[in-house]
Design a protein around this ligand. Structure first.
Ligand SMILES: Cc1cc2nc3c(=O)[nH]c(=O)nc-3n(C[C@H](O)[C@H](O)[C@H](O)COP(=O)(O)O)c2cc1C
Ligand code: SF4
Length: 487
């Protein structure tokens, strides 16, 4: 993972923990309404992919255990991981692209209701993503994948050569010469691995996205409703399709790119289709970026404009992330796919303890405050969720008291200790397992293997009945706390 060159080491400092009485009187543990649904506290577990679904995207016992464990900590809301809206193979990522997924998701909802004793509201994040390929072996790329065009022949002065000869010649060229012969996209396909972009409108499947996506998102949202979820979060963040439509780098000229109005067109059409499918008594929220954190990407001003339009359109909740883009991702090893959290924008998304002088804690707070101000100035009271490096009660409470956000997202902190909410509420903050922001979990995510936390995954491994990774070396959920504690 990329880290700021300053390499300053930061230690999390949760500060003062409240007594049970202080917690009860706090804003963090006060209720908040998100559209038609009330949360009992302003605490939120944002979407985190734990890589526990089957290869067909079905809910497994390990998925149920994972969300059941979070639910026992009783946050105000849990957002289930990014879940694919298409009925296509997507590896062990949860899917919701067909009605056959409804029974598994219903079980998931039942588990969360039961384990949280009805305290926690449940949303599911709906994602669409474009095709991405692994970085190829250069020989294979020149032998098979590269489409030889007249441009290559002209550049090589090889008009009359048979195609095999052009390919063999290209394969032998040094890098700097390839820079002159191959197009930018061809070089990217060779060095990073090919990936589709929303601007590839010469490809029918990309041109047709505005016709196809509203229906796909709407059907997925209807399934979430049928499974008994409280709502959906439309994933308009990071490196995925909808964020790419919003991006300032989206230059489509079919009314779905260019100006802010045109970049927001599809996200708003998707929202309208989803709302029409699920009605007004079901939460429809979105996660989008407070800042793309890449050159020529969206800034906080764009995000404030989009946030206002989303609020006016009727989204029930706006959750803000930052960065996490492909554009500045690190070059993957041959045979691996590029991962959008490996460059500076990835750092902004999941900041690590080795940081710059701003540190990894609360980097998204001021941008979210600006977006919130814009939303409020437009007369909308839509709640905003801020996430990023928040681990202490005092820090969370200060953000809320200063009206910088309405709900606090704790992603890695709730992975480190899913009981954070219950402990702090009960006046036991002193026994919270504080996240160290090492990004061990994120490295597992990058490899698409079961995500766990280094603070607990090798503890109490001999507890009877716990589930472990296939090699038996890591437990899959955090040890219990309180009356349920493992001895
Ligand atoms: C293992 C892992 C998986 C994640 N998966 C998702 C995801 O599916 N969707 C999403 O919007 N963000 C995802 N994120 C980002 C988090 O939701 C969150 O925005 C980020 O970790 C920063 O918040 P934190 O500092 O509280 O961890 C993931 C983060 C981690 C660590
Ligand atoms: S592995 Fe645990 S301590 Fe490290 S960043 Fe992830 S949640 Fe925090």
């Amino acid at each position: 993972m990329w880290r700021p060159p300053e390499r300053i080491r930061w230690t999390p400092d949760p500060g003062h923990w409240p007594t049970a009485q202080e917690a009860a009187g706090s804003r963090l543990f006060s209720p908040v309404q998100i559209g038609p649904v009330g949360l009992q506290s302003r605490t939120w577990v944002p979407a985190m992919v734990p890589w526990r679904a089957t290869g067909d995207g079905e809910v497994t016992d390990n998925v149920l255990d994972w969300y059941g464990r979070f639910a026992r900590g009783r946050p105000g809301a849990i957002v289930v991981e990014a879940t694919g809206i298409r009925d296509i193979p997507s590896g062990p990522l949860l899917r919701i692209g067909h009605d056959r997924y409804i029974p598994g998701l219903t079980e998931l909802k039942n588990r969360v209701r039961r384990e949280s004793q009805g305290h926690t509201r449940l949303l599911i994040q709906l994602i669409d993503f474009l095709a991405i390929r692994r970085r190829p072996e250069p020989e294979k790329y020149f032998e098979r994948f590269l489409k030889i065009t007249d441009r290559h022949r002209d550049a090589l002065d090889a008009r009359d050569w048979p195609e095999d000869q052009v390919r063999a010649h290209l394969a032998g060229l040094p890098d700097d010469r390839l820079d002159d012969v191959l197009s930018e996209r061809e070089l990217e396909a060779l060095r990073q691995g090919y990936h589709e972009r929303v601007t590839d409108t010469d490809l029918p499947q990309i041109r047709e996205l505005p016709e196809v996506l509203p229906g796909l998102f709407a059907d997925a949202a209807r399934r979430a409703r049928d499974a008994g979820f409280d709502g959906v979060e439309l994933h308009y963040a990071h490196a995925y399709t909808m964020a790419s439509f919003l991006s300032a780098r989206n230059t489509r000229d079919d009314g779905y790119g260019g100006s802010r109005e045109d970049r927001a067109r599809l996200p708003l059409e998707v929202f309208d289709a989803v709302r029409a499918a699920v009605g007004d008594d079901f939460v429809v929220g979105t996660r989008f970026l407070a800042d793309d954190c890449i050159e020529d990407g969206n800034t906080v001003d764009d995000a404030a404009w989009f946030g206002t339009e989303f609020a006016k359109a009727g989204f029930d909740v706006l959750s803000l992330s930052r960065g996490g883009k492909f554009e500045d991702a690190k070059q993957p090893a041959v045979g691996q796919a590029a991962y959008p959290y490996t460059g500076p924008s990835g750092y902004e998304c999941m900041p690590q303890y080795i940081s710059d002088n701003r540190g990894p804690f609360g980097r998204n707070v001021e941008p979210v405050a600006r977006i919130r101000d814009a939303v409020r100035a437009a007369g909308c009271d839509t709640p905003l969720v801020v996430t990023g490096g928040i681990h202490g009660f005092a820090q969370a409470e200060e953000i809320l008291q200063a009206d910088k956000a309405d709900i606090i997202g704790f992603a890695r902190q709730s992975l480190a200790d899913p009981d954070w909410f219950r402990k702090v509420h009960a006046g036991h903050g002193d026994v919270v397992r504080v996240c160290e922001y090492t990004n061990y979990c994120e490295a597992l995510d990058q490899k698409h293997i079961p995500v766990t936390c280094q603070l607990w995954d090798r503890t109490q491994l001999d507890t009877p009945g716990i589930s472990k990774t296939p090699d038996g070396k890591r437990r899959l959920v955090a040890p219990e706390w309180g009356p349920d504690a493992e001895s």
